[in-house]
Ligand binder design. Sequence first.
Ligand code: NAI
Length: 326
Amino acid sequence: MKIAFFDTKPYDLTYFEPLGKEAGISFKFFETKLNENTVSLAKGCDGVCAFVNDTVNAKVIDTLIHMGIRILALRCAGFNNVDIRHASGKITVVRVPAYSPYAVAEHAMALLLTSIRRIHKAYIRTRDYNFSLNNMVGFDLHGKTVGIVGTGKIGRVFADICKGFGMKILAYDKYPADIESVTYVTMDRLLRESDIISLHCPLTEETRHLINYDTLGILKKGVVIINTSRGGLINAEALLEGIKSRRVGAACLDVYEEEGDLFYEDNSNHILEDDVLARLISMPNVIVTSHQAFLTSDALYNIAETTVHNLISFKETGKCENEVVL
Ligand code: NAI
């Protein structure tokens, strides 16, 4: 089986090459992202492996089908970058539904602790032998109210971590589950009562810009917003206004709506065109990481293992339990 592997990073090679070899899959690695201009690179392959910022729109799907490709293996959980409706019945789309909810939930907590205890500031200060504690006052998590939007695999782990910190846990989910220590409330109540809000729901038409100019108006003053899910959940311009007006006390962002052409790449020698992102990054109470919440060795191994399993399962049976269906 020959698979065109797009948006390759060095850490992908480490995990995919040996597992692929063992399973008889030959990965053809491309550094470029998959889009309308690069899709022809997959010619001669049996399938394509794509990641979160590859563009799999109707045109890309039609070209893949025209080249005889019948399997698209996403090496991620989210699939908002794929036109699933267009793909349906034409090409099988498989994904990695879970690889390590711990990786993402622990990163969310790492961002929160870094932000509220000013670790990012302290690191820079002490390297410069600046041992002043001025403007470094944080607050205890114990006793605070956290609002979790989406209590699926990652949201639940995050809830468990918050429980360990002695926090009161509110949650909103379209399909509430029975989780001890979590109180389900309306979205409105969650937004009004939470000291910290962490987003763990998928990006859909319903959840796009869940945090917007209107919702910002009802947030508790000084709220900390954490987004390790998808950038589109937040209207970034509204968030910036929220930071400037002091309504939002801090923001921890692992994802950003317009991250597609920026994240995962070294842009340090370029002029950043995105003024909203540049302004957010310039704020002392905003921490941005480059969609790295998933990036642990445990998660990378699981991603490679499940992707290889998905491809082999499709090859041998034409089916796969991790198929994305409408
Ligand atoms: P999951 O499918 O286990 O959980 C999602 C939860 O959101 C479910 O409980 C579902 O009922 C709920 N939900 C669906 N629609 C909703 C709505 N309209 N309002 C509120 N809740 C809603 O997914 P999982 O594994 O917990 O992942 C959550 C998200 O995390 C993914 O959608 C993905 O976008 C993101 N993610 C980010 C990563 C990163 O590296 N930053 C890595 C992996 C996932």
